[in-house]
Design a protein around this ligand. Structure first.
Ligand code: R5P
Length: 300
């Protein structure tokens, strides 16, 4: 059996220790400080390094995307310069994933820059969770795995809902909804947006199914400002849905996102610990360390 050693990177202490328990792996200490000019310093407690093991650099690039990215680069470089050149990056949230093409001339493909940088510092294998567009992983030169977790989120939502319809907020997100729905034998669909040409008002409705009298779970990758999911929730309820739960892999919850979603009428937000989120009556956090361990055992 492969032995693993875990390096807890930015925003990932809880998940790193959870994964450590799942894999029976040592979790090394990381010492951090910030110099007076704002630059970061890291040191990995390599005195506890386990010989002949594979090294898992566990990190999330939210919050503080830029700082967290640099910390990941520094940790990978520290490993490489201490004779570890077999690093598996478990980066549960990869920042800049939404700029995955040049929308306008003169723009970068930000995700390409991020993925190639990770590889160049020694992250030769990459596992991530519910990448915004899984095709972006083609920019990563090494082996990469995108783990879908919408089935786990829907499984949690099923504690509160009766045979819900699993809805994606747009066609691009349909894969996530389908994956979860097929695992649980549920119906799925996606919402289509209409813009009134005269008033400019945006409305949404499911492509095929009716939500009238039904429970609904809306599945998305990211909740940032909450605008998308709040609009989708409101539309479902106005169309007669009974209860709506919002399920997202990465809850950034910027600004007033939580209030916006609550005001739209959602029963709960179900999310995962891909980034640190505090749980409450309204926000329930699903631990994904078991799923990551499962994928690691199968893939490596
Ligand atoms: C968009 O393509 C993404 O999948 C999410 O729907 C989006 O990032 C959510 O952003 P917000 O919460 O700000 O509407």
């Amino acid at each position: 059996m492969t032995a693993y050693t875990i390096i807890p990177g930015p925003n990932s202490t809880g998940l790193a220790h959870g994964l450590g328990r799942e894999l029976n792996a040592a979790v090394l200490e990381v010492y951090r400080k910030v110099f007076p000019d704002g630059e970061q310093y890291v040191r990995i407690g390599i005195e506890n390094i386990v010989k002949n093991s594979r090294y898992l650099l566990v990190a999330s690039m939210y919050p503080n995307q830029d700082r967290s990215f640099v910390e990941v680069l520094l940790l990978a470089n520290a490993l490489k310069n201490n004779d570890v050149d077999d690093i598996i990056g478990i980066i549960t949230y990869i920042a800049y994933s939404r700029q995955d093409k040049m929308f306008l001339p003169g723009e970068p493909i930000s995700i390409e820059a991020i993925l190639k940088s990770l590889y160049s510092v020694g992250v030769k294998d990459l596992i991530t969770i519910d990448m915004h567009s899984p095709r972006s992983l083609e920019f990563f030169p090494g082996k990469s795995i995108n783990i879908l977790i919408s089935d786990l989120l829907v499984s949690h939502a099923l504690k509160y809902l009766e045979t819900p319809i699993v809805l994606a907020p747009d066609k691009g997100a349909l894969g996530r909804a389908r994956f979860a729905a097929e695992k649980h034998g549920l119906e799925f669909d996606y919402l289509v947006k209409h813009r009134d040409r005269i008033t400019g008002e945006i409305t949404m409705e499911p492509k095929e199914l009716s939500v009238r009298g039904r429970d609904v779970v809306i599945v998305d990758d990211i909740i940032s400002t909450g605008g998308t999911i709040a609009l989708a929730t409101g539309m479902c309820l106005r169309n007669g849905a009974r209860r709506v739960i919002v399920a997202a892999s990465h809850s950034l919850l910027v600004g007033g996102a939580v209030d916006k979603i609550r005001s739209a009428g959602a029963l709960k937000i179900v999310t995962a610990n891909t980034i640190p989120v505090g749980s409450s009556d309204f926000i329930e956090v699903v631990d994904i360390s078991g799923r990551i361990a499962e994928v690691l055992r199968e893939a490596f």
